[in-house]
Design a protein around this ligand. Structure first.
Ligand code: IPE
Ligand code: IPE
Ligand code: MG
Length: 246
């Protein structure tokens, strides 16, 4: 992926990995079969985006609303998270990838919480790419959490309410120490955010793809980066202003 000029490569890509269930259904298989196949795509995606020079990759693995699925599917997903961490952490660590989790982890089993912390510690000093895994994550939860933290700081007298601005607020959000996503990808054909990074996506470029997640190939990933490179990001300015600055 060295063919694109540097500035046209996003720093931060985030993905809603959607379509595992439909992929399995098309094959008359249980949904869990699709989720297992989805892990393989996730592994390929991490490798692809790391070698493309992306420094932050955020993947939506389980939303705060996904608890509403049948127990059997939720339990299967929890088992799959655990197995995937056991299987892939050392491989990712060797590749220099730092793994972090965003979302409310308190709702996971003790074992899974421990595995999550362990993974974060083991990979904590890696610098090739930061892989953020959104698990039991919701964008509204994230914003409410930040608001609560700031309200507590105000009531403790640490800051005044007048000091709360966009910069202060964003630091209390998940990924507050990372650049906002430049490119948002959703596979599976749906055109919605589904409570993913609501605040952080303010100026992301959106890319929707009909491929179901297990079918999302390296050439589909490349197509998303090529499309991104052709977008003009204006941040409220005119196209002429942007061209003049380049
Ligand atoms: C995304 O695939 C994975 C998770 C939500 C965990 P889905 O399971 O939503 O697949 P579809 O949308 O039903 O095909
Ligand atoms: C979003 O996908 C969550 C993940 C991919 C983890 P969903 O499949 O849960 O989203 P909706 O329900 O179609 O909006
Ligand atoms: Mg879905």
């Amino acid at each position: 992926m060295t063919s694109q000029p540097q500035e046209s490569v996003p720093s931060h890509v985030c993905i809603i990995m959607d379509g595992n269930g439909r992929w399995a259904k098309k094959r008359l298989m249980p949904r869990g079969y699709g989720h297992r196949q989805g892990v393989e795509t996730t592994r390929r995606a991490v490798e692809f985006f790391a070698s493309a020079g992306i420094t932050h990759l955020t993947l939506f693995a389980f939303s705060s609303e996904n608890w509403n699925r049948p127990d059997e599917e939720v339990n299967g997903l929890m088992e799959l998270f655990m197995q995937s961490l056991q299987k892939y952490t050392s491989e990712l660590h060797e590749k220099g990838i730092r793994i972090r989790f965003i979302g409310n982890r308190a709702m996971f089993s003790e074992d899974l919480q421990q595995k999550i912390s362990e993974t974060e510690v083991i990979t904590g000093n890696n610098s090739v790419m930061t892989l953020n895994i959104a698990a039991n994550y919701g964008g509204q939860w994230d914003i409410v959490n930040a608001a609560r933290t700031l309200a507590e700081q105000v009531s403790e007298g640490e800051i005044t309410s007048a000091q709360i601005d966009e910069q202060v607020f964003r630091q209390e959000l998940s990924l507050g120490d990372s650049p906002d996503p430049d490119l948002f990808i959703r596979t599976g054909g749906e055109h919605r955010i589904s409570n993913f990074l609501l605040w952080q996506l303010a100026y992301a470029e959106f890319y929707f793809c009909d491929q179901l997640w297990p079918d999302f190939s390296d050439s589909d990933m490349r197509a998303a980066l090529t499309e991104y490179a052709q977008r003009q990001r204006r941040y409220g300015k005119t196209g002429e202003q942007i061209e003049a600055a380049n």
